[in-house]
Design a protein around this ligand. Structure first.
Ligand SMILES: Nc1ncnc2c1ncn2[C@@H]1O[C@H](COP(=O)(O)OP(=O)(O)O)[C@@H](O)[C@H]1O
Ligand SMILES: Nc1ccn([C@H]2C[C@H](O)[C@@H](COP(=O)(O)OP(=O)(O)O)O2)c(=O)n1
Length: 678
């Protein structure tokens, strides 16, 4: 997951490969609640690990449920079997509608039946998401529910601590035209108290019917067969009881599949395979497949996979009632930019009460890209963007995972402009590794992966600065000096001399080049492995630095390490530190920094650094070594240490690390084309 303020996506050109989807959020949270309410122990396979499932699990633990993570990655839930071991609790449910609504209904009924009191709250946005229709239904049932903030919205207090009588004789009326989650909540909760047949009547046209279908299918799996008359009346039979089915498998998230279906439709001639969800999925959003086909995608699939290829290009514009795929339909709004005419997505009023007002959010952000967009109470109309019309945009994501994910598809624009995704970690709600997964199956436009070069003499702080800048931007890091250090170490191990006079012999240089070419090295986080040995500490000694400086003057060694270094330039970007990053290895880099500090300062820093690691050293010998190294590195014939012509000079003698990092990030922002309007 990218836990950084923004993630810049370079322009992309094509996609191919296979992705595995995380578990469905809707199924995960329903299964967790059903397992918690059941008799017996349920083993849940392929559960989604995300913010929304975490808040549900925390709530269930607080309520006294057994929740045990198993060694095989499954989760064992020991159900409450209709009892209520904890009679009161204050539950924080984040921004998870799939936790707030069903827990509200279940706990209101249990609190009334057993005499309990529960407070439910969430993040500020959760307190703006309506819940009044569900509360009205619960009050009809005789459940005491109080609003602790604004009327009609969480936070809520359920129950009084006293038992009460439930009114189950009359049909319970609930509105179905704002959110289907209210009906789902009642359907999940009422089997707990169905001493007689309990009837639910839906008032208004029920939206998002496929989600009700998921609820009914999962209820059946847990032993409760609800009778359905059309989409207006649902009856929970007297004596219904939740029983664990033992093992439950959570399907991959069909809404998450939409980004990769869109990706295949836009950018894959060979195809994208999506694993974890198939054409017969119980999730309504699987019908996004039909919408994508209508736009021109070629899609085939089996029970547990989909395969998507680009068909029509440009995509075909559509005019679609999206009531059946409210969440996935946001992806269509970005695909519409690549269509052959205006696309209209209708019947999407529910977008306005989701994680954010999604109609307003999509319209605002699509306009930033240059699109002409019309929005209404329950529709959005998007005109395609022609080549020449795309603007580099910084996409605000409104703490809404779907906004962040769907706008990644704007990176295939013909104008080759990058797209900035603000607050990329909001994808943690349903797909924490979304961007990592995307990067595995896309190919950037040639030369588009951004590189920041940091060159300079020893102990100027390149490594420290480079690591901090890479961290801030979510970029990869190349410590090119480590490669030369590795060559020095490998030579020593192979019994090859690294003395300058030996290296000056052409045959010895060739041998050294061959050794560099055959280097068996693995970078694993902060650790570096050579031929299966962890050499991280051995590389950092002064002796290794000196040997590196000597072998680095051999042209065959530099040549051998060229391709290896270029290979580090991977999505989403690279920070490379060394001596010739800006001059030789990445001459096209948009930002090159040449970092210096006085020799005395640098010797002092290195001294402190070594002492802190328990390595003894004297300041005088360090200063002498450092000057010798500076001289050799900057006077050698091949790729000498010197600033690139377009490098920014940064003397950090009187700057601390944070100040240096801030300066480089400021320079970096200056090279980015984003219009930073909100
Ligand atoms: N701007 C700075 N001000 C003070 N100390 C710094 C600064 N940058 C780095 N250092 C310290 O100097 C030492 C050497 O830095 P390092 O990043 O290893 O240098 P290099 O990679 O250029 O050899 C480290 O202990 C680091 O914390
Ligand atoms: N891009 C590079 C990086 C390092 N070298 C050589 C020259 C340096 O003295 C050695 C060791 O580099 P390294 O960056 O690890 O050394 P410091 O951390 O700056 O002390 O390798 C190089 O020639 N080209």
């Amino acid at each position: 997951m990218y836990d950084i303020p923004f993630l810049d996506l370079p322009p992309l050109q094509s996609a191919a490969g296979t992705v595995s989807l995380p578990g469905s959020k809707s199924i995960s949270n329903r299964v967790l609640l059903l397992a918690a309410l059941s008799e017996g122990r349920t083993t849940v396979h392929d559960l989604l690990d995300s913010d929304d499932t975490q808040v549900m699990l925390t709530a269930l633990r607080t309520l006294g449920c057994g929740v045990d993570a198993q060694a095989d990655g499954t989760l064992a839930i020991t159900g409450l079997s209709g009892s209520l071991p904890q009679r009161s609790a204050d539950l924080f449910l984040g921004n998870a509608g799939t936790a707030m609504r069903p827990l509200c209904a279940a706990l209101a009924l249990l609190a009334t039946q057993h005499g309990g009191q529960f407070d439910l709250r969430g993040v500020p946005r959760m307190h703006e998401r309506p819940i009044g229709d569900l509360v009205d239904a619960l009050r009809q049932l005789g459940c005491p529910v109080d609003y602790l903030g604004n009327e009609g919205y969480p936070p809520l207090r359920l129950g009084t601590g006293q038992t009460g009588t439930l009114q189950l004789g009359q049909p319970i009326r609930v509105r179905g035209d704002v959110s289907s989650q209210f009906l789902t909540a009642l359907l999940l909760a009422l089997p707990l108290v169905a001493s007689k047949d309990v009837v639910i009547d839906v008032v208004g046209e029920l939206i998002s019917k496929p989600y009700i279908d998921i609820t009914l299918k999962l209820l059946a799996q847990f032993g409760v067969a609800v009778q359905r008359d059309g989409w207006q009346r649902f009856t929970i039979p007297a004596g219904s009881r939740y029983r664990s089915p033992g093992d439950v498998f959570v399907e991959g998230d069909a809404s998450s599949a939409s980004y990769f279906i869109g990706l295949g439709a836009i950018a894959s001639d060979t195809g994208i395979t999506v694993q974890g969800v198939g054409l017969a999925s119980i999730q309504g959003d699987i019908r996004f497949v039909e919408a994508a086909q209508a736009m021109g995608a070629q899609i085939t699939g089996g029970p547990n996979h989909l395969h998507i290829r680009r068909g029509a290009w440009p995509l075909k514009a559509i005019d679609l009632d999206c009531n059946h795929i409210p969440d996935a339909a946001m992806t269509l709004a970005v695909m519409a930019l690549y269509a052959d005419g205006p696309t209209r997505l209708r019947n999407i009023a529910s977008w306005r009460v989701k994680e954010t007002d999604r109609i307003a959010a999509m319209a605002t952000e699509l306009r930033k890209l240059g699109a002409t967009v019309e929005e209404g109470a329950d529709f959005i109309r998007i005109e395609p963007l022609a080549a020449g019309g795309w603007k580099p945009a910084s996409i605000h994501t409104y703490d809404d995972h779907r906004v962040a994910m769907c706008f990644s598809l704007a990176t295939f624009n013909p104008d080759r402009v990058p797209v900035r995704i603000e607050d990329p970690k909001c994808v943690a709600k349903t797909f924490p590794d979304y961007f990592e997964t995307l990067f595995e199956v896309v190919t950037p436009v040639a030369g588009a992966v951004p590189v920041i070069c940091i060159d300079g003499p020893t102990a100027s702080g390149k490594g420290t600065l480079g690591a901090a800048v890479a961290q801030a931007l979510g970029y990869h890091l190349l410590d090119s000096g480590a490669l030369y250090r590795l060559v020095g170490l490998a030579a020593e191990r192979a019994g090859l001399s690294t003395a300058s006079e030996d290296l000056a012999h052409p045959e010895h240089g060739v041998r050294m080049g061959a050794l560099a070419q055959a280097l068996q090295v693995r970078f694993d986080g902060d650790s570096i492995w050579l031929d299966g040995d962890n050499v991280t500490d051995a590389l950092r000694t002064e002796a290794a630095g000196m040997a590196a400086s000597r072998v680095s003057a051999v042209p065959a060694v530099r040549q051998a390490l060229l391709a290896l270094q270029h290979g580090f330039a991977r999505l989403p970007g690279l920070v490379a530190d060394g001596r010739d990053m800006g001059t030789v290895i990445f001459p096209q880099a948009p930002l090159k920094v040449f970092l210096t500090a006085s020799a005395e300062q640098r010797a002092d820093r290195r001294h402190k650094q070594l002492i802190s690691k328990g390595i003894s050293a004297t300041l005088d010998s360090l200063l002498a070594d450092l000057k010798a190294r500076d001289l050799r590195d900057s006077t050698r014939k091949d790729a000498p240490l010197k600033p690139a012509e377009d490098a920014k000079l940064l003397d950090n003698s009187s700057l601390d690390v944070e100040q240096s990092v801030a300066q480089v990030l400021l320079w970096w922002q200056g090279t980015r084309p984003f219009n930073l309007q909100k």
